[in-house]
Design a protein around this ligand. Structure first.
Ligand code: ATP
Ligand code: MG
Length: 414
């Protein structure tokens, strides 16, 4: 993308009305726009980052047999009344609205009820199971406090997968497969070393659920980490009884603050029973389907990655999620410009995403913007690099600069 085609602008200073560092930087760099507390628009560069995160999650969910769908965010009241979750005391984050005729509707905070009802049209016999539909969708939650930027939105993106299984053993095997897929996702996003699979409260069908907690100074959760096994225990289940059961000692655990980036949950027949999602087993007997739900927050991850890797100059994106791999700075006109144009085209043709700073701006402004936007590599083409036959190659994360010929540059990037 040429920066002369990009409508967003960077700004010199961080916004005054934003306390979270992730949102400050993302707004300053022109990745997102703040509508109100907890509600953000994704601008072209921000949309690319979000899409890159979503793509990593999609590949891993497809890899374990997921079927991607897209459910409506407008929800009918009745399945929620049936499950007992329409009540504002039970589900305290509801946004509700009404049709013109007065019929009440909810704006999706999550999708267990509608998807359980939907699956009644597709699941009848043991032959129809197991199945794993999932989606990327905007969720609405009227969060009491929303001061963590993208990490706690009132409108945010979620990947939610629901599993429908015949037996507990079939459910357990899939639950483990999701757990492994989640660890691969955090690894691929550059967060592997900070991620702990964490025991958390489980509801009525399992003693525990599992959260995927990412250690961060701005985390809202408190966990107790057991480094040798890379597991952790959420403070909500941190009791002597649980420690004994998990075979760990208090003195071997280290308290940390962390961000919940994902959650996997055994639902059992919590929704299938009241909503009547049944199947006929091999003996011809009607049974309730065994369910699980599996969430990840792509927008929370975007805020977390922004916050985690940033330095005093701005954002620092890992290559997998960066809006482009290369920031190409043009300093000059005429032949220099022709050289930069041809490099831009060759890199694009090789499938490398490039942000081409072809603007009529001072070099200092171009360099500062490349730092603020956090693009992994910067390549400068100027009269000086023309004369030497070597571009200036700069690595955002390490700050190292080296001269490279075009062939050396291509060898490095392709
Ligand atoms: P929290 O305890 O932080 O409120 P939760 O338990 O309500 O999270 P889930 O209902 O399990 O979260 O949602 C699944 C995933 O969606 C979470 O693991 C998180 O990554 C993401 N998520 C939840 N709430 C928000 C939010 N308000 N803004 C952004 N992402 C969110
Ligand atoms: Mg919540």
């Amino acid at each position: 993308m040429r920066l002369t085609h990009l409508f967003t602008k960077t700004s010199k200073t961080a916004p005054g009305d934003e306390v979270a560092r992730n949102a400050q930087l993302l707004i300053q760099a022109g990745f997102i726009h703040k509508e109100m507390a907890g509600v953000y628009d994704y601008l072209p560069l921000g949309k690319r980052v979000l899409d890159n995160i979503i793509q990593v999650i999609r590949e891993e969910m497809d890899g374990i047999g997921g079927n991607e769908i897209s459910l409506t965010a407008l929800q009918q009241k009745d399945p929620w009344v049936t499950s007992g979750r329409w009540d504002d005391q039970v589900m305290d984050v509801w946004f509700k609205t009404k049709l013109a005729n007065g019929t009440e509707l909810g704006l999706a905070p999550t999708h267990e009820e509608p998807i359980t009802r939907l699956m009644k049209s597709h699941i009848h016999s043991y032959k129809d199971l197991p199945v794993y539909p999932y989606q990327f969708q905007i969720k609405f939650r009227n969060e009491l406090r929303s001061k963590s930027g993208l990490m706690r939105g009132r409108e945010f993106w979620m990947k939610d997968l629901y599993s429908f299984s015949r037996t507990q053993a079939e459910h357990d095997a899939f639950y483990e497969a999701v757990s492994q897929a989640y660890l691969r996702i955090y690894d691929r996003l550059g967060l592997g070393e900070l991620t702990y699979k964490t025991f958390a409260s489980g509801g009525s069908f399992a003693q525990f659920s599992h959260e995927f907690q990412i250690v961060s100074p701005v985390g809202e959760d408190k966990i107790f980490v057991h480094e040798p096994t890379r597991m952790a225990i959420n403070e909500e289940v941190y009791t002597d009884e649980v420690l004994a059961q998990l075979g760990v000692k208090r003195e071997d655990l280290v308290e940390k603050t962390a961000v919940e980036a994902g959650n996997i949950f055994t639902l059992g027949t919590r929704y299938s029973e009241p909503l009547g999602l049944m199947f006929t087993d091999e003996a011809g007997k009607s049974q309730p389907v065994i369910m699980g739900s599996y969430g990840i927050g792509p927008s929370r991850l975007m805020g977390l990655i922004a916050e985690q890797f940033a330095d005093e100059k701005g954002l620092v994106w890992p290559a997998v999620v960066a809006p482009a791999l290369v920031y190409l700075v043009l300093i000059g006109e005429g032949e220099v410009q022709a050289e930069a144009d041809s490099l831009y085209e060759q890199l694009q043709a090789k499938g490398i995403e490039v942000l081409y700073d072809d603007r009529d701006e001072r070099p200092g402004q171009k360099f500062a913007d490349s730092e603020l936007m956090g693009i992994p590599y910067r390549v400068t083409v100027s009269a000086r690099t023309q004369a030497s036959g070597q571009y200036e190659f700069y690595v955002r994360e390490s700050g190292e600069t080296s001269p490279l010929t075009r062939a050396e540059l291509l060898a490095k990037l392709v």
